[in-house]
Design a protein around this ligand. Structure first.
Ligand SMILES: [Zn+2]
Length: 279
């Protein structure tokens, strides 16, 4: 029967924007919740729909890591109806929308252009096939599992798996090349690493979990001086590749996921202007 349908009809975008085809913000939220259930978020987190109405129609989504003013500017230019980001735009409770400050300016611009914002933060970190899963896959870890499982064992933070033995210095250099960033590390440069723990973003809290599961190295970002000393004292190597490099994989992966889930919506990715550090 497929032969009777003209080829253009397979592309649902040609069917117009009648109500039965319209995608709402609500549908986008539900799609994201299927990937990263909101109940997985940390208590201190503020994920979810932050700006906009669930009833609004979405034709274009822009996926990015952080809702910076530059990202808002790009969303306006790209005529995005929804920004899906990892980091919440509104994180600490706002006491005022002060449009002389960056967050207030961003909110004003988003509202005036009717652009919604959805954040999936620690729930995406903990999701079974979320950020840390993608990170482990991108590094090429084999047989990786959750580093610090939640009580239900199905979700949790970080991943741990194996690689062919590689020196700490070579692994750090390889990651720096892959992520086009400077990496720094703690540990003996010649030490061979084969059991590898990873956690995107600020994963220093997993130093103990990585050590107790006999990891040779923990790959993460935002490692502070005292955390580095703690790891060194335990004999655990740590590679700090920065917050941006260890999380930016979510941009492509979330965009690809949304394209599959919502084939009639145009999904763009915003990469540039995110990592503020220069070396
Ligand atoms: Zn982050």
């Amino acid at each position: 029967m497929g032969h009777t349908i003209p080829i253009w009809a397979y592309d649902l975008r040609w069917w117009g924007t009648g109500d039965y085809m319209s995608v709402t913000v609500d549908a986008c939220v539900k799609a994201m919740e299927a990937l990263a259930p909101p109940e997985l978020a940390s208590a201190w987190d503020n994920s979810g729909l932050q700006i906009g109405s669930r009833a609004a129609i979405v034709e274009r989504i822009m996926v990015t890591l952080t809702v910076t003013e530059n990202a808002v500017e790009r969303a306006v230019t790209d005529q995005a109806d929804l920004i899906v980001a990892h980091h919440p735009l509104i994180f600490k409770p706002l006491k005022a929308v002060d449009t002389d400050l960056p967050v207030g300016r961003a909110i004003q611009k988003l509202l005036s252009h009717r652009i919604a914002v959805y954040a999936c933060h620690t729930n995406l970190d903990r999701a079974q096939f979320g950020l840390n899963y993608w990170l482990a896959e991108s590094i090429g870890l084999r047989n990786h599992r959750i580093l610090e499982p939640d009580l239900n064992q199905e979700h949790g933070l970080g991943r741990i798996g194996s690689l062919d033995p590689i020196s700490l210095a070579d692994l750090a250099a390889k990651l720096g090349k892959m992520w086009r960033t400077q990496v720094r590390y703690v540990g003996d440069p010649q030490a061979l690493c084969s059991k590898i723990a990873v956690c995107g973003g600020s994963g220093s809290d997993l130093i103990h979990a990585a050590w107790s599961k006999h990891a040779d190295v923990l790959i993460t970002g935002d490692v502070k001086y005292h955390a580095a000393l703690d790891a060194a004292a335990l004999g655990l190597a740590v590679i700090d590749a920065g917050h941006y490099a260890t999380e930016s994989i979510m941009i492509t992966k979330v965009a690809a996921y949304l394209r599959t889930k919502l084939p009639t919506v145009t999904v763009t990715e915003l990469w540039e202007g995110e990592d503020p550090f220069r070396y």
